[in-house]
Design a protein around this ligand. Structure first.
Ligand SMILES: [Zn+2]
Length: 114
């Protein structure tokens, strides 16, 4: 399993007088290029024709895993939202209790005055 993507590339060589310099159809390849973004940088390397199908399977497995992880995150966050809602409800109850307390202090002030 891996992240990244696989693409086919044709490249120009640096041989002087090689047709690839002018003619896009004469470019070398295609070569299989495995690309992955790592910490903001794009890392890529070439794979052989034998490696390419396996890498494609690895990328596919990674994509499925990511979809499952995303679904798991969604379920967890739904549950977490429920927890937050419970905290909000209990803090509202605490406010009600607090207002009772303030009314008591008001009455105690009244008793001080009298
Ligand atoms: Zn060439």
């Amino acid at each position: 399993m891996r992240r990244g993507s696989l693409s086919e590339r044709t490249i120009k060589c640096s041989k002087p007088g090689c047709a690839c310099a002018q003619d896009p159809m004469a470019r070398h390849g295609p070569y299989h290029s495995l690309t992955q973004a790592v910490e903001g940088r794009t890392r890529s390397r070439f794979l052989t024709a034998e490696q390419a199908p396996l890498a494609r399977q690895q990328i596919d497995a990674g994509r499925k895993f990511r979809a499952q992880v995303d679904a798991y995150w969604e379920a967890c966050e739904e549950w977490a939202d429920g927890q937050l809602a419970n905290v909000a409800a209990s803090s509202e109850e605490a406010k009600k209790g607090g207002s009772k307390r303030t009314s008591k202090t008001k009455s105690s002030r009244k008793s001080k005055r009298s």
